[in-house]
Design a protein around this ligand. Structure first.
Ligand SMILES: [Fe+2]
Ligand SMILES: [Fe+2]
Length: 211
């Protein structure tokens, strides 16, 4: 079926709403958090866990937007099925992080629409230039996410096994997404580009930890 520009715009709008409106998206897999009982956290530990999980949630908002942006401009026929599978797994991550934030007595970042918009533009821009660049962005982004996840797993309060279980499964999935993007012909970005991406991600982590 050939989609018109209007169909595509409606699909994109629906996807943005699913990502940004709380409790709308549905996960395909049960949350790994369910394997563990709720831990007793001191107020400072709880605030820290909330900050970290809010960063991870916004990271997943960015992932949704990046994939959505690419889908509007890139051809990606060869790898569309794999990309769609990865995007489905990102929905699980988004929902798990959001559920965990509510369990901890907080909510997602108010800055999410801003980060969605910016990531969508990056995805669409990269897709317009070439699929190799677009896939390179996926690989580089997943790489950054894995680094964050490593740090966050170490930084979470020891007893917060529910949050840690979510991050562990996300790490497994993100590493797979990175490899898929590289195997599909994505550029491996040079170090200076990766350093710029690290700087950009710092803006996101510093702001969403608090709001
Ligand atoms: Fe993810
Ligand atoms: Fe991913």
């Amino acid at each position: 079926m050939l989609l018109t520009k209007l169909d595509k715009a409606v699909i994109q709008f629906d996807r943005a709403l699913q990502t940004l409106v709380p409790k709308v998206a549905k996960a395909a897999r049960p949350s790994p958090a369910l394997q563990h009982p709720e831990a007793l956290l001191e107020p400072t530990e709880q605030r820290h866990a909330i900050g970290l999980m809010r960063i991870n949630h916004t990271g997943e908002v960015c992932a949704q937007a990046l994939y959505a942006g690419q889908a509007t401009t890139a051809k990606l026929e060869m790898v569309r099925a794999e990309m769609e599978h990865a995007a489905d797994e990102e929905v699980d991550h988004l929902v798990w992080c959001e559920e965990r934030l509510y369990e901890l007595g907080s909510r997602p970042s108010v800055l999410n629409p801003l980060f969605y918009g910016a990531s969508f533009c990056i995805g669409a821009g990269a897709g317009m230039i070439s699929d190799k660049l677009s896939l390179g962005f996926v690989a580089a982004t997943e790489d950054q996410v894995c680094l964050h996840l490593d740090k966050h797993m170490a930084a979470l309060p020891e007893q917060d096994q529910r949050s840690r279980a979510i991050l562990e499964q996300m790490h497994i999935d993100e590493a797979k997404h990175k490899q898929m993007a590289l195997d599909s012909g994505g550029y491996e970005f040079p170090q200076p580009v990766m350093r710029v991406m690290t700087l950009v991600s710092k803006v996101m982590t510093h702001s969403t930890y608090r709001i």
